[in-house]
Structures are given as C-alpha cells and as structure tokens.
Design a binder for this molecule. Structure first.
Ligand code: ZN
Length: 340
C-alpha cells in the first residue's frame, strides 16, 4: 500500500506581542504553498484558528478594516474547500480574552488551554466555533486539533466535541512532552498505529470508542540541529525569512536550553528550517513496518519560508509514489452514533 501524505497546517496568526497581519501570516503563504502543491496534485488540510475569525467579526463594526480581513480569509478558505482542500477546527481559546484597539490586537493568553474554561463554557465555545467555521467551507467539519497540542486531560473536552459531532482528533505526536505548567503535554506511550479509535484518552486504544486519533508524525532531533537552526536564523536573510510578520510567544529559558543540549522529539514539520528534516522523517516513517501508511506532517502558513517551500517541492518530486490525502478521506471511519 502506498504511503499517504497528510499535510496538516494550523492556520493562525502569532500570539506574541506582535500578531502579524492576515496578508503575510495567512493569505500569502497559503497561496505560495498551493502553487507548489498544485504541481504535484497534493491537497492540504487547514486547522483554522476560528476564535480569531469570531473576533474579526466582533470588532468589525468599530474597525471596518477587520471586515475586509475576514472577507479575505473566508474567500480563501471557501475557494480551497471547493478544490478539495480540507478545512477543520483548531481552537486557541485565548481569543475569548483578547481584543482589538486602534494600535492592533491585545492578546491575553492567561487562559491558553480549553481546560482553563468550565465544561459548560467549552460546549458553548465549540458550538460557536464550529458554526463559524461552517461559513468558511463547503465540506464537513468533524476534525479537531487542540491549540498548543493541549488535549490532555481529554475528559474535559470529550463531551463538547461529541455533542458537536467532532469525532476525529489529530493533535498528538509520539514522545511529545512539555512540563510547562500552562501548556502541559505528555505523549509518551502512543499506540504504534497509523490511526486508532479511543474514548477517554487519545493515547489509549478503545476499539469501540467514539473518537478516532490520527497522530502527527514525530521526529527525534539531536542538539546539533538546533545549533544549526540558531546559526541560520542569525545569518541567513531572505531564504529563511518566514512569510509571517509577527512574533511567537516567548518560551522560558529551559525550553531553549533543552533543545540545545538534549535529544528532543517534535512533530514532523514543513515550517522554516525544520523542513530540512522532511526526507529524514519520511525515511524513518517508512522503515517502521507497523506504522507506515499515513505520513502526517504539520506546519503553520505563518512559519513557511521560501526555503521550506523549496524543501517541500524537492520532497514531492523525489517521492512521487506518495498518495495525497486529507481528513475528508477518513469520513468512512465516522462513528455510527453521529448525531444528525
Ligand atoms: Zn495553533
């Protein structure tokens, strides 16, 4: 069976002091990406940060330029969905506490994870976000990726997702770990399968479970890689410059220190310099006999660069036997009890 390439990108602005612009973080990089993908007949799945779209609408009465930004996004997503690209749900709930002023977005990440809200609030959020996303796609919305990979503990999100017929999750990656207090993740002990059913915990198979997990591929990275990355960031200008014009939330010092001194695991990505590892991640993947069907590579339009698009193009030219899929290709796994 040919390996299936699932390209899943989180469509969002930056959440640091500078969010960047819709044009540079979303519209331009997605157009550049689609130019590459069209040549190889590859489709993309976009996890759209819907909280942002809701805020654009909310503040557009006062700031008409936000309505134009919303229209640009909606047009891009609707056009993509007609062309069989996939539009799915990504939630960064800190938009609930963020607002717009004449100087731009004021981002408040105090409530960064869905878990920072009550179960009732989470249900309301998912209802509101899914309804908004349905205005931006002609296809079904049934898949989810948690913002910042914060899917655990799953119990608290489970009811809200199920009530909204969101039955497919694609958040976890093997050996993912963060002990950051507000962004805790622990993805050790993942089933070694391309996808599986689960009910209470995305890391535990339950063959009768309502939910399906399609994990993101993971890649083991040596400290040397991050030293090289630091070097390129400092010295290379245009080729490595990301499309996005914002700033990420700064991590604490130990985050950087760990990466420069220990072997770490991260999701396989097409972002910036990380795209260097694409071929290596793929080779590791196909050598793993039990788990070599779906190759799920993630990324962010804001973090793509001319360099990463070049790496992606090389990868697609080299591996012509890979078959492109989106989450829509897995609709056959939908649970029977889906509420209509
Ligand atoms: Zn995100």
């Amino acid at each position: 069976m040919a390996t299936q390439l699932l390209l899943s990108l989180d469509y969002e602005l930056f959440f640091g002091a500078k969010t960047g612009t819709v044009q540079h973080c979303l519209i331009n990089p997605v157009n550049a990406l689609i130019n590459v993908l069209d040549k190889h007949n590859v489709k993309v799945s976009l996890f759209v940060d819907v909280g942002f779209l809701i805020k654009l609408k909310e503040f557009s009465a006062e700031f008409p330029q936000l309505q134009q930004q919303y229209n640009l996004i909606q047009k891009q997503l609707l056009t993509l969905s007609i062309k069989s690209h996939d539009i799915q749900l990504h939630i960064h709930p800190h938009w609930e506490d963020s607002y717009y002023t004449k100087n731009g977005w004021v981002i408040n990440t105090k409530r960064y994870r869905l878990h920072d809200f009550s179960e009732e609030e989470i249900v309301e959020l998912v209802i509101k976000y899914k309804a908004e996303l349905e205005l931006c796609t002609h296809n079904k919305v049934f898949a989810f990726r948690a913002g910042g990979w914060c899917i655990q503990p799953f119990d608290k999100l489970k009811g809200a997702l199920q009530k909204n017929n969101i039955w497919l999750d694609s958040t976890v990656y093997k050996n993912g770990y963060s002990d950051h207090p507000s962004r805790f993740i622990n993805f050790n002990h993942l089933p070694n399968k391309p996808f599986w059913r689960f009910s209470n915990d995305p890391l535990k198979v339950d063959k009768k479970g309502y939910f399906v997990e399609i994990p993101i591929n993971s890649i083991k990275t040596s400290p040397l890689f991050f030293w090289k990355l630091a070097y390129h960031k400092k010295f290379s200008k245009n080729l490595f410059k990301p499309f996005g014009d914002g700033e990420a939330i700064t991590s604490n010092g130990s985050y950087y220190l760990d990466r420069l001194t220990k072997t770490t695991y991260g999701p396989a990505m097409i972002d910036g310099y990380k795209s260097t590892q694409l071929q290596q991640a793929y080779e590791q993947h196909i050598n793993n006999a039990e788990n070599n069907t779906i190759f799920n590579v993630m990324g962010h339009p804001k973090s793509l660069s001319q360099y990463s698009l070049k790496k992606l193009e090389e990868f697609l030219s080299k591996n012509k036997d890979i078959e492109s899929v989106t989450y829509l290709d897995f609709l056959c796994l939908a649970p029977n009890e889906t509420v209509i």
